[in-house]
Design a protein around this ligand. Structure first.
Ligand code: CTP
Ligand code: ZN
Length: 151
């Protein structure tokens, strides 16, 4: 099969197998457009055997925190994270939607106590596909669209 060549990176992270159309969202939610001083590559709509089409995000000079990986899981549950050192893939793992989401997602209920006190917001994942979570504090349920706008 003909393969599109997107430049390899020397050091950093490649987020592969992102559902087509979600790559830009990954960049926005990780705020890579602002904080990262290195090369940032987005390949969109790349043919993939597993997904039909996929997006790939390559971030030179950055490794992801656990919180960042969990955010990616919520946006792009099929994503693979590849750690690159001296041009080689030294580690590869699949992201996974956690059972509980602590700290990274804001409750969409303006009256929720988690929006008024210094408590880390906390949610239980009640469905992964389609994504649905419930707030530990006010029991509001949020679905994908609201989740993505509160990350
Ligand atoms: N990659 C990169 N720069 C490198 C090494 C790898 O950008 N120096 C990218 C590759 O282009 C690919 C991803 O990192 O998108 C994973 O690389 P690799 O494991 O070699 O590719 P595959 O075997 O195709 O990965 P998978 O089995 O996960 O589909
Ligand atoms: Zn709440």
């Amino acid at each position: 099969m003909a393969e599109l060549k997107v430049s390899a990176i020397k050091e950093g992270t490649v987020i592969d197998h992102i559902p087509a159309g979600k790559g830009l969202k990954v960049i926005q939610i990780l705020r890579l457009d602002r904080v990262n001083g290195g090369i940032l590559l987005l390949a969109a709509n790349v043919p993939s055997q597993k997904l039909g089409r996929k997006d790939i995000v390559k971030i030179e000079g950055k490794y992801l925190s656990e919180e960042e990986v969990n955010k990616i899981a919520l946006i792009a549950p099929t994503a693979t994270v590849n750690i690159i050192r001296d041009y080689a893939v030294t580690e590869k793992f699949n992201v996974e939607i956690p059972g509980e989401i602590v700290g990274i997602l804001k409750c969409g209920n303006p009256n929720c106590v988690s929006n008024h006190e210094y408590t880390a917001p906390k949610f239980y994942v009640i469905s992964k596909e389609p994504l649905k979570v419930r707030c530990h504090y006010c029991e509001r349920t949020m679905e994908e669209e609201e989740i993505l706008s509160n990350l």
